[in-house]
Design a binder for this molecule. Structure first.
Ligand code: FES
Length: 306
């Protein structure tokens, strides 16, 4: 007897011998969408295989063409094109009417790009300290000018370290290291963070001189798995990272204020960088939205070559 563990339905489908995956699921009452009737024309029967991928039949020509067109990762398969002969754990990806419409639009308009892939990245979050009172006190055009000067320097630093600026969120910048090939994403993220502190120090001379205010940034870095894919409505969708790592990087950034540091990194960043980076104090922090205390480490600089 072969079992298919089907999520998020929590249904186990059992059968003898081998079976077409879509037919097995439909036969067992799993509500899997299959708008084109199993002809590899719609992609709505797509599933993510968590275990048993190697035992599935290879993609048909039609499935391979669809997978290439939509840039599916290897673990995403069309159920209608796959034959199962060994235990399988999988998750349906088109779950409701809204998913169906989105998948159909992708098929109709040929929107290219990944639907999402799991990757390990270092996430850097940097934010301007005391921005709100400064923005309230200065004319908006001056604030925009100041932020643009910072973002311009920040993007140069991030990109020259092999990272990607993922987003500008108000006065904050979010960057990813490891989406593209990068040997040591955590080291690159920390070196970028140090670069951003330097950009802010230079800008601070200018801001003090012309506005009588200080300009400082705080940085947080975490490392781990995110889902990287297209997020947003069809016309405005863009690639971004979703995951707890992004939240932790943001919370670490905010925690700098509490402990009087400029850059804090998580344990997962710290452990991979000790040969290259000088660390200072360590802290056990309560981070908003996290259960239990999180260990964080202060970054002092890059170690001098020995
Ligand atoms: S049902 Fe349309 S691609 Fe499988």
């Amino acid at each position: 007897m072969t079992d298919i563990d089907c999520q998020p339905d929590a249904i186990t489908v059992s059968f003898d011998g081998e079976a077409n995956l879509l037919e097995a699921l439909v036969g067992a009452g799993v509500p899997i969408t299959h708008l084109c009737g199993g002809r590899a024309r719609c992609s709505t029967c797509r599933v993510r295989v968590a275990a048993g991928l190697d035992d599935l039949s290879s993609p048909t020509e039609a499935e391979a063409a669809m997978a290439q067109r939509l840039d599916f990762p290897a673990e995403v398969r069309l159920a209608c094109q796959a034959t199962v002969s060994a235990p399988l754990t999988m998750r349906r990806l088109v779950l409701d009417k809204a998913d169906e419409e989105l998948a159909s639009q992708i098929g109709r308009h040929g929107l290219h790009g990944p639907i999402g892939r799991d990757i390990e990245v270092a996430v850097l979050f940097a934010d301007v300290a005391g921005f709100t009172p400064m923005a309230e006190a200065l004319p908006p055009y001056d604030v925009v000018h100041m932020l643009n000067r910072f973002f311009d320097g920040a993007s140069h630093v991030i990109e020259s370290n092999g990272g990607r600026v993922d987003n500008y969120i108000g006065d904050a910048v979010l960057a990813l290291f490891g989406v593209d090939d990068l040997q040591q994403p955590t080291v690159a993220a920390i070196e970028s963070g140090l670069g951003l502190l330097e950009v802010a120090r230079e800008l601070n001379h200018y801001v003090e001189r012309f506005y009588g205010r200080s300009f400082r940034v705080r940085v947080g870095v975490d490392y781990g798995e995110v889902v990287f894919g297209l997020v947003g409505a069809e016309r405005s969708a863009r690639e971004t990272a979703i995951g707890d790592v992004v939240n932790v990087a943001s919370r670490l950034q905010a925690a700098n204020k509490e402990v009087g540091t400029e850059m804090l990194v998580s344990d997962s960043v710290f452990s991979g960088c000790r040969a290259h980076i000088d660390f200072g104090r360590s802290f056990e922090l309560d981070l908003r939205g996290k259960v239990g205390r999180v260990r964080a480490h202060e970054v002092l600089g890059v170690k001098a070559p020995t």
